[in-house]
Design a protein around this ligand. Structure first.
Ligand code: FES
Length: 285
């Protein structure tokens, strides 16, 4: 006889969870089956299934947690642990638009902190709070790898680059008024629930949405040129791998000596003429 993990009592009370209505449950069961079929082991489908339940209710409810646990033969504790680990899963009913202001270091100094403070005051909400009309949830977000467009605001994970307190205020006013807003790059904006369904792995059927893209910013492109040796850095670069200068003069590396940004200068014993490092083998001799 096989025993499901759901049948094993861990001595912990289950959280009360209202079941989905039959029609919703049937729809989610069919969607979940499609998602699970993409993975060799069903538990690997937990992250997309959490997005799927978010697409139903806008957040990961107790009902959604119970659904994922039952569907994947996990405990509700395991599902809860995963859903509370990742910041893309919301734990309470929230707005149609998740407005995230990057206040990580670079964006913060470029104006992210000022944008966040302005929106907080303008919307009358704090971090992770939702406006009374249920339209906008405001939150701090960490770096979204868009630092060359700092300061960055994201709405439902679409980029709004190079923001100011004024432009961000216009943005949330437009969202609340139901006016169309265009992300700076990438796919057109959709509601949080629609975004969650796409993140669950279902196709974005909107015309042109998949083709929409955005290029790297100028700072990234300069870094790429440096990495390829197509541009020379202004600063002197000493590459330990290229050996020490023989004449005591500053050494201008050729592009071939500095092919990667990982070779950027570090003052280590290998690059300090006063304390040159010997071959590694000497230590053991
Ligand atoms: S610090 Fe804001 S995107 Fe990197």
């Amino acid at each position: 006889m096989t025993t499901s993990r759901q049948d094993v009592s861990l001595g912990m009370p289950q959280l009360p969870a209202t079941p989905y209505p039959a029609e919703v449950r049937a729809r989610l069961d069919a969607d979940a089956e499609e998602v699970i079929a993409r993975y060799p082991g069903s538990r690997s489908a937990l992250l997309p299934l959490l997005h799927l339940v978010q697409s139903e209710e806008g957040y990961v409810s107790r009902t959604g947690i119970a659904f994922c646990a039952e569907t994947l033969d996990l405990t509700t504790a395991e599902v809860t642990a995963v859903s509370t680990f990742y910041s893309m899963y919301r734990r309470r009913p929230s707005g149609d638009y998740q407005v995230g202001v990057c206040t990580n270091t670079l964006c913060a100094v470029m104006g992210g902190d000022a944008i966040f403070d302005t929106l907080k005051e303008h919307l009358g909400v704090g971090n992770n709070e939702t406006t009374e009309d249920g339209k906008v949830t405001l939150e701090h977000i960490e770096c979204n790898a868009a630092c060359d467009f700092a300061p960055v605001v994201m709405v439902n994970w679409e980029f709004f680059d190079n923001q100011t307190p004024e432009s961000a205020t216009r943005l949330v006013d437009d969202l609340i008024a139901g006016r169309t807003v265009e992300p700076t790059r990438g796919a057109p904006l959709c509601s949080y629930k629609e975004t969650a369904r796409i993140l669950a792995g279902f196709p974005d059927e909107r015309p042109g949405a998949v083709e929409a893209t955005g290029g790297a910013g100028p700072a990234s492109l300069i870094g790429l040129k440096l990495a390829k040796g197509e541009a020379l850095p202004k600063a002197r670069v000493v590459s330990p791998r290229a050996g020490q200068p023989q004449d005591g003069q500053p050494h201008d590396p050729s592009p071939s000596e500095h092919l990667s940004s990982h070779d950027a200068p570090q003052q280590t014993s290998a690059s300090d003429p006063e304390h040159p490092a010997g071959p590694a083998a000497e230590e053991g001799e």
